[in-house]
Design a protein around this ligand. Sequence first.
Ligand SMILES: Cc1cc2nc3c(=O)[nH]c(=O)nc-3n(C[C@H](O)[C@H](O)[C@H](O)COP(=O)(O)OP(=O)(O)OC[C@H]3O[C@@H](n4cnc5c(N)ncnc54)[C@H](O)[C@@H]3O)c2cc1C
Length: 545
Amino acid sequence: MTSEDKTRANQPADIAEFDYVIVGAGSAGCVLANRLSADGKHTVLLLEAGPKDTNIWIHVPLGYGKLFKEKSVNWMYQTEPEPGLDGRQVFQPRGKVLGGSSSINGLLYVRGQHEDYDRWRQRGNVGWGYDDVLPYFKKAENQTRGADPYHGTGGPLTVSDWRHADPLSEAFVKAAVEAGIPFNPDFNGATQEGAGFFQTTTRRGRRASSAFSYLRPARRRGNLRVETGALARRLIFEGRRASAVDYSQNGIVRRAWARREILVSGGAYNSPQLLQLSGVGPAELLKQHGIDVVLDAAGVGHDLQDHLQVRLMMRCAQHVTLNDVVNNPLRGMLAGLQYAAFRKGPLTIAAGTSGAFFKTSPRLATPDIQIHFIPFSTDKMGEKLHPFPGFTASVCQLRPDSRGSLRIRSADPTVAPEIRINYLASEVDRTANIDGIRILRKILAAAALKPFVVEEVDPGATVQNDDEILGFCRQRGSTVYHPTSTCRMGTDPLAVVDARLRVRGIEGLRVVDASIMPDLMSGNTNAPVIMIAEKASDMILEDAR
Ligand SMILES: Cc1cc2nc3c(=O)[nH]c(=O)nc-3n(C[C@H](O)[C@H](O)[C@H](O)COP(=O)(O)OP(=O)(O)OC[C@H]3O[C@@H](n4cnc5c(N)ncnc54)[C@H](O)[C@@H]3O)c2cc1C
């Protein structure tokens, strides 16, 4: 009997072997757990390193501010010093709880541009063009505005309009229109370009995480087992076939065998980390850490991308901002009561209320900048709001050219990986950010916002020429929390998964999460990840027939 056989024999039969073992109960993993267990034919184990989603702030939309640095539900990663950001390290929150990052994110529902998916298809990924993926966005969706050619109803993920009337957010949209950007009532409809209001993944004023939307309805199924506090440490291979997952829980290392497949859904940082820890990754890196090489796959951890966010902050002339609510005990209490009674009011604010998508140059076919507008201001996200009335509008370049990497730092699965994004490494990215800030300033100076603006607090009027604006981006730029593409789909030698999300060169193993995106799409990443997992579920079940 080999030592692996002994471990197998030591396992209680009910937890030792499943048809599918899913690593990570995040945006993608919860979708897989629901869909793969739905017909009752397959047994499914879902492993999640974090706890159950019982923290009350997970369920209140504005609660994301409380979870940025809440280590009980957050991996709290840091990048290495970023050369393009004056050597600063950038804090990288990631959900570590049922629902993953969809339990701590900013709730914005933005799918990206039709052209993003057509570009993925053009790069050889059959089945990933816009017409191919639209049915999966619709299948996932419960659109409270009703169904139309772009939207679905009756799906698990409720998508809603904001339940609060805010004069400042409305003034931003009017100002954008005055600055020449057309009004767009639906960023996820026929076209993304324009200014308007964001929709959010909320249901009756509460967060609709993937745990809430997909896992909760499936929890009672006898063929689905969910283990929390269960950290997958490495995958076990029989030759080139992935056959089991070792995970630790309450100080004990257990082994779960997968009869059919292992599905890695740990997110853009943890999925490549787990592959590397298991011997699938760049051989030189694995050898450096004493890990046996199962497959020399240079693309694992390669091509990391993220959206940079550069925030302009304004001092407001009226006491209409969230700063005014939070800094006034009476108004704060009223907001709490309003939320408790009606699930409405300031506590329903997501990571943007209104926004805009525009092109920085007429030579572009589609917008390259997204603006997130939010009626509060703070020096650092997740920290105290300013003591004065303030609001924020941030520039986010949608398709960064710069590429980074993720590499394990140790063979110990509890040691955080080395994350390098290389923000602003490319001239295209630097120019887009500078031009984006110039256009945003035009919006902020338009007539509709005049009654609300005292002055620009950050960077302030002294920052004007290109060098000064770029300097500001370097000093203050941060993430908008959208890392992707570290196990990217494709057909070239660095691609990690094929168009059916199977790890190339390995059997019985797929990656299903943000890490498979061939490149970063032009929007917020949660809805696309849920779409990816919906599509993956169909492919996995088709392949099981
Ligand atoms: C602060 C923040 C704000 C954001 N705002 C928005 C927004 O407004 N709109 C939007 O669309 N997107 C937003 N995003 C991004 C979006 O939420 C993510 O892109 C998306 O949730 C990623 O899904 P995923 O399935 O790839 O990974 P995740 O949802 O992060 O899930 C990965 C899961 O795997 C678990 N896991 C990892 N490793 C292991 C292991 N070894 N063993 C067991 N379990 C493991 C993790 O704990 C986690 O639960 C935000 C993200 C953050 C962090």
